[in-house]
Write a protein that binds this ligand. Structure first.
Ligand SMILES: Nc1nc2c(c(=O)[nH]1)N[C@H]1C(S)=C(S)[C@@H](COP(=O)(O)O)O[C@H]1N2
Ligand SMILES: [Mo]
Length: 256
């Protein structure tokens, strides 16, 4: 049932890549592997390490002009309250429906895990924090891309507010639908990684992840979790089990 649209068989390709690149990259064991322990998933590890070794960590994704903005389709879950949709979460979907009714005034983002001060943040709280607006290209694994303007709070500001512990290595995101994901600290602290509440100068539309979505500009579009409900900082890699990309046959790291 999970991730119906994620149907491209990538494992064969990644497996081949792993064997050819293993020689070059095998000496770099300092990075914890984002893999599920299967040899087939070694492709993820190779992509991850290649990017983390070869690219400057904080290089910025290209930003565009207002005149470059293009129509952006809403893909995947477009309403977590829709019980007929394959990613419907019977627990969280009805909660999202109630939040929609009063314009998300009662929404509280949960931030916890390896942090000094776990907390709840309303949209007003997040809007009082530093904001960043960026016009970037969203690249979907299905082969389309679109340019949009995103406004939100840098994830780094939220992590600063809760005080991540020195042991923290990954940041996980849970949504109001059956979607969960995570990124490493390099992407989490990247200046263009934001929790967006605005799109193209307006409140973030429902279809694009209202009230709050992640923007991870250095990875493919499916890493930008919509309808973010809860953030958990962890010390160890965690692929979110059956909800995560790896068990659904998809790469955890998709650097672009
Ligand atoms: N919670 C959640 N986040 C999600 C998805 C989803 O179905 N649920 N789909 C992903 C995919 S595959 C893409 S391409 C983008 C689509 O974002 P958009 O609807 O704003 O274009 O959201 C990503 N984040
Ligand atoms: Mo996508």
């Amino acid at each position: 049932m999970k991730k119906k649209h994620h149907s491209i068989p990538r494992r064969a390709f990644l497996g081949g890549l792993a064997s050819s690149a293993a020689v070059t990259l095998s000496g770099c064991a300092e990075t914890e592997p984002p893999t599920y322990g299967s040899l087939l998933r070694f492709g993820d590890l190779v992509t991850y390490k290649a990017h983390r070794l070869l690219l400057p960590d904080m290089s910025l994704a290209r930003e565009y002009e207002l005149s470059d903005i293009s129509p952006a389709p809403a893909i995947g879950t477009t309403n977590p309250a829709d019980a007929d949709w394959g990613f419907f979460d019977p627990e969280q979907g009805p909660i999202h429906e109630r939040l929609q009714r009063n314009g998300f005034a009662d929404f509280r983002l949960i931030v916890e895990g390896s942090v000094a001060r776990p907390g709840l943040f309303s949209l007003a709280d997040l809007k009082r924090m530093p904001s960043r607006t960026q016009i970037t290209r969203h690249t979907c694994e299905e082969g389309w891309s679109a340019i949009a303007q995103w406004t939100g709070v840098p994830l780094q500001s939220v992590l600063d507010a809760v005080g991540i512990l020195p042991s923290a290595r990954y940041v996980l995101f849970e949504a109001f639908d059956l979607w969960a994901d995570g990124i490493d600290m390099i992407d989490a602290l990247h200046p263009q990684t934001i929790l967006a509440y605005g799109m193209n100068g307006k409140d973030l539309p429902l279809g694009h992840g209202a009230p709050l979505r992640l923007r991870v500009e250095k990875q493919l579009g499916y890493k930008s979790t919509k309808f973010v409900r809860r953030i958990v900082v962890t010390d160890r890699f965690d692929d979110n089990g059956p909800l995560g990309h790896i068990q659904n046959g998809w790469a955890w790291y998709t650097g672009i």
